[in-house]
Design a protein around this ligand. Structure first.
Ligand SMILES: CC(C)(COP(=O)(O)OP(=O)(O)OC[C@H]1O[C@@H](n2cnc3c(N)ncnc32)[C@H](O)[C@@H]1OP(=O)(O)O)[C@@H](O)C(=O)NCCC(=O)NCCS
Length: 162
Protein backbone atom coordinates (compact mmCIF):
# COMPACT_ATOMS: atom_id res chain seq x y z
CA UNK A 1 0.00 0.00 0.00
CA UNK A 2 1.22 3.48 -0.82
CA UNK A 3 -0.63 6.18 1.11
CA UNK A 4 2.39 8.51 1.25
CA UNK A 5 2.67 9.73 -2.36
CA UNK A 6 0.54 12.70 -3.36
CA UNK A 7 -2.92 11.95 -4.70
CA UNK A 8 -3.73 13.71 -7.95
CA UNK A 9 -7.31 13.92 -9.23
CA UNK A 10 -8.34 15.27 -12.60
CA UNK A 11 -10.38 14.44 -15.66
CA UNK A 12 -9.70 11.12 -17.36
CA UNK A 13 -7.27 10.95 -20.22
CA UNK A 14 -8.52 9.01 -23.28
CA UNK A 15 -5.68 6.49 -22.84
CA UNK A 16 -7.05 5.55 -19.39
CA UNK A 17 -10.49 4.29 -20.52
CA UNK A 18 -9.78 0.56 -20.31
CA UNK A 19 -7.94 0.83 -16.99
CA UNK A 20 -10.82 2.80 -15.44
CA UNK A 21 -13.41 0.29 -16.61
CA UNK A 22 -11.23 -2.55 -15.27
CA UNK A 23 -11.10 -0.70 -11.92
CA UNK A 24 -14.90 -0.27 -11.84
CA UNK A 25 -15.26 -3.99 -12.57
CA UNK A 26 -12.81 -4.90 -9.75
CA UNK A 27 -14.87 -2.65 -7.44
CA UNK A 28 -18.09 -4.56 -8.26
CA UNK A 29 -19.74 -1.51 -9.82
CA UNK A 30 -20.66 -2.98 -13.21
CA UNK A 31 -23.79 -5.01 -14.02
CA UNK A 32 -24.66 -6.96 -17.19
CA UNK A 33 -27.54 -4.59 -18.02
CA UNK A 34 -25.34 -1.48 -17.88
CA UNK A 35 -22.63 -0.67 -20.40
CA UNK A 36 -19.75 1.25 -18.77
CA UNK A 37 -18.10 1.80 -22.17
CA UNK A 38 -21.24 3.56 -23.49
CA UNK A 39 -21.74 5.43 -20.20
CA UNK A 40 -18.16 6.65 -20.34
CA UNK A 41 -18.43 7.62 -24.04
CA UNK A 42 -21.53 9.70 -23.29
CA UNK A 43 -19.77 11.43 -20.37
CA UNK A 44 -16.81 12.21 -22.61
CA UNK A 45 -18.92 13.70 -25.41
CA UNK A 46 -21.05 16.06 -23.32
CA UNK A 47 -19.90 19.17 -21.47
CA UNK A 48 -22.29 18.27 -18.64
CA UNK A 49 -20.42 15.18 -17.47
CA UNK A 50 -16.93 13.87 -16.88
CA UNK A 51 -14.93 10.98 -15.49
CA UNK A 52 -12.57 11.91 -12.66
CA UNK A 53 -9.51 9.78 -12.03
CA UNK A 54 -7.39 9.60 -8.85
CA UNK A 55 -3.73 8.69 -9.36
CA UNK A 56 -0.77 8.02 -7.10
CA UNK A 57 2.67 7.81 -8.66
CA UNK A 58 0.93 7.62 -12.03
CA UNK A 59 -1.11 4.56 -10.97
CA UNK A 60 -4.92 4.82 -11.17
CA UNK A 61 -6.24 4.17 -7.65
CA UNK A 62 -9.84 5.37 -7.98
CA UNK A 63 -12.36 6.88 -10.35
CA UNK A 64 -15.87 8.32 -10.47
CA UNK A 65 -18.28 9.70 -13.06
CA UNK A 66 -20.08 12.93 -12.35
CA UNK A 67 -22.32 15.32 -14.22
CA UNK A 68 -25.30 17.60 -13.93
CA UNK A 69 -28.64 17.91 -15.71
CA UNK A 70 -28.88 21.69 -15.46
CA UNK A 71 -30.46 21.43 -12.03
CA UNK A 72 -28.64 18.86 -9.92
CA UNK A 73 -25.33 17.12 -9.88
CA UNK A 74 -25.06 13.33 -9.90
CA UNK A 75 -22.35 10.86 -8.93
CA UNK A 76 -21.88 7.43 -10.53
CA UNK A 77 -19.30 4.64 -10.59
CA UNK A 78 -17.36 5.76 -7.49
CA UNK A 79 -14.71 3.12 -6.88
CA UNK A 80 -11.37 2.88 -5.10
CA UNK A 81 -9.02 -0.03 -5.75
CA UNK A 82 -9.40 -2.56 -2.91
CA UNK A 83 -5.75 -2.22 -1.78
CA UNK A 84 -6.07 1.60 -1.64
CA UNK A 85 -9.19 1.88 0.51
CA UNK A 86 -9.49 3.64 3.88
CA UNK A 87 -6.78 6.13 2.88
CA UNK A 88 -8.97 9.06 1.87
CA UNK A 89 -9.18 8.41 -1.89
CA UNK A 90 -12.97 7.94 -1.84
CA UNK A 91 -13.48 11.15 0.11
CA UNK A 92 -11.14 13.05 -2.23
CA UNK A 93 -13.01 11.80 -5.32
CA UNK A 94 -16.41 12.77 -3.86
CA UNK A 95 -15.03 16.21 -2.97
CA UNK A 96 -13.60 16.57 -6.50
CA UNK A 97 -17.02 15.68 -7.97
CA UNK A 98 -18.67 18.19 -5.61
CA UNK A 99 -16.22 20.87 -6.78
CA UNK A 100 -16.82 20.00 -10.45
CA UNK A 101 -20.61 20.30 -10.02
CA UNK A 102 -20.41 23.41 -7.82
CA UNK A 103 -18.26 25.15 -10.44
CA UNK A 104 -21.06 24.57 -12.98
CA UNK A 105 -23.79 25.97 -10.74
CA UNK A 106 -25.32 22.69 -9.51
CA UNK A 107 -26.29 23.27 -5.87
CA UNK A 108 -26.76 19.61 -4.85
CA UNK A 109 -25.25 16.22 -5.59
CA UNK A 110 -27.42 13.12 -5.83
CA UNK A 111 -26.32 9.50 -5.94
CA UNK A 112 -27.90 6.06 -5.92
CA UNK A 113 -26.85 3.24 -3.60
CA UNK A 114 -27.88 -0.26 -4.69
CA UNK A 115 -30.02 -1.96 -2.06
CA UNK A 116 -27.45 -4.79 -1.76
CA UNK A 117 -24.68 -2.24 -1.04
CA UNK A 118 -26.07 -0.63 2.11
CA UNK A 119 -22.72 -1.03 3.90
CA UNK A 120 -21.50 1.95 1.85
CA UNK A 121 -24.07 4.23 3.53
CA UNK A 122 -21.68 4.68 6.49
CA UNK A 123 -19.03 6.02 4.09
CA UNK A 124 -21.46 8.52 2.59
CA UNK A 125 -22.75 9.50 6.06
CA UNK A 126 -19.15 10.35 7.05
CA UNK A 127 -19.13 12.73 4.06
CA UNK A 128 -22.42 14.42 5.03
CA UNK A 129 -24.77 12.53 2.66
CA UNK A 130 -28.16 11.41 3.88
CA UNK A 131 -31.13 9.54 2.40
CA UNK A 132 -33.69 11.62 0.56
CA UNK A 133 -37.38 11.72 1.50
CA UNK A 134 -38.13 11.01 -2.16
CA UNK A 135 -38.57 7.71 -3.97
CA UNK A 136 -36.36 7.26 -7.00
CA UNK A 137 -38.19 6.03 -10.14
CA UNK A 138 -36.84 5.17 -13.56
CA UNK A 139 -37.93 3.86 -16.93
CA UNK A 140 -35.81 2.28 -19.66
CA UNK A 141 -36.62 4.28 -22.77
CA UNK A 142 -35.81 1.62 -25.38
CA UNK A 143 -38.45 -1.20 -25.20
CA UNK A 144 -36.01 -3.86 -26.48
CA UNK A 145 -33.45 -2.84 -23.91
CA UNK A 146 -36.14 -2.85 -21.22
CA UNK A 147 -37.00 -6.49 -22.02
CA UNK A 148 -33.31 -7.49 -22.10
CA UNK A 149 -32.70 -5.74 -18.78
CA UNK A 150 -35.62 -7.50 -17.16
CA UNK A 151 -34.14 -10.88 -18.10
CA UNK A 152 -30.60 -9.92 -17.06
CA UNK A 153 -31.79 -8.62 -13.69
CA UNK A 154 -33.78 -11.81 -13.04
CA UNK A 155 -30.69 -13.90 -13.89
CA UNK A 156 -28.50 -11.73 -11.65
CA UNK A 157 -30.96 -12.02 -8.74
CA UNK A 158 -31.19 -15.81 -9.16
CA UNK A 159 -27.37 -16.10 -9.22
CA UNK A 160 -27.02 -13.87 -6.13
CA UNK A 161 -29.45 -16.11 -4.19
CA UNK A 162 -27.41 -19.25 -4.95
C1 LIG B 1 -16.91 3.33 -0.89
C2 LIG B 1 -15.45 3.53 -1.27
C3 LIG B 1 -15.39 4.36 -2.55
C4 LIG B 1 -14.75 4.27 -0.13
O1 LIG B 1 -13.45 4.62 -0.56
P1 LIG B 1 -12.26 4.82 0.53
O2 LIG B 1 -11.11 5.39 -0.20
O3 LIG B 1 -12.03 3.55 1.24
O4 LIG B 1 -12.93 5.88 1.52
P2 LIG B 1 -12.15 6.96 2.44
O5 LIG B 1 -10.90 6.34 2.94
O6 LIG B 1 -12.03 8.24 1.68
O7 LIG B 1 -13.19 7.14 3.61
C5 LIG B 1 -13.85 8.38 3.84
C6 LIG B 1 -14.56 8.31 5.15
O8 LIG B 1 -15.56 7.27 5.12
C7 LIG B 1 -15.32 6.33 6.17
N1 LIG B 1 -15.55 5.00 5.61
C8 LIG B 1 -15.00 4.46 4.52
N2 LIG B 1 -15.48 3.21 4.30
C9 LIG B 1 -16.34 2.99 5.32
C10 LIG B 1 -17.15 1.87 5.70
N3 LIG B 1 -17.17 0.74 4.95
N4 LIG B 1 -17.89 1.97 6.81
C11 LIG B 1 -17.85 3.10 7.57
N5 LIG B 1 -17.12 4.20 7.26
C12 LIG B 1 -16.38 4.12 6.16
C13 LIG B 1 -13.85 6.49 6.54
O9 LIG B 1 -13.66 6.14 7.89
C14 LIG B 1 -13.60 7.96 6.28
O10 LIG B 1 -14.01 8.77 7.38
P3 LIG B 1 -12.98 9.85 7.97
O11 LIG B 1 -12.44 10.61 6.79
O12 LIG B 1 -13.84 10.67 8.87
O13 LIG B 1 -11.95 9.05 8.63
C15 LIG B 1 -14.72 2.17 -1.48
O14 LIG B 1 -14.92 1.38 -0.32
C16 LIG B 1 -15.19 1.39 -2.70
O15 LIG B 1 -14.68 1.57 -3.80
N6 LIG B 1 -16.20 0.50 -2.51
C17 LIG B 1 -16.70 -0.36 -3.60
C18 LIG B 1 -17.49 0.42 -4.63
C19 LIG B 1 -18.71 1.11 -4.04
O16 LIG B 1 -19.47 0.54 -3.26
N7 LIG B 1 -18.91 2.38 -4.47
C20 LIG B 1 -20.06 3.18 -4.08
C21 LIG B 1 -21.20 2.94 -4.99
S1 LIG B 1 -22.68 3.86 -4.47
Amino acid sequence: MDFESALVIDEMDGAEREAVIALWTRCGLTRPWNDPVADMALAETTENATVLVARRNGRIVGAAMTGHDGHRGALYYLGVDPDQRCGGVGRALVEAAEGWCRARGAPKLNLLVRSENQAVLAFYAALGYRPTDSISLYRTLDPEREEREREQKAEWAARSRR
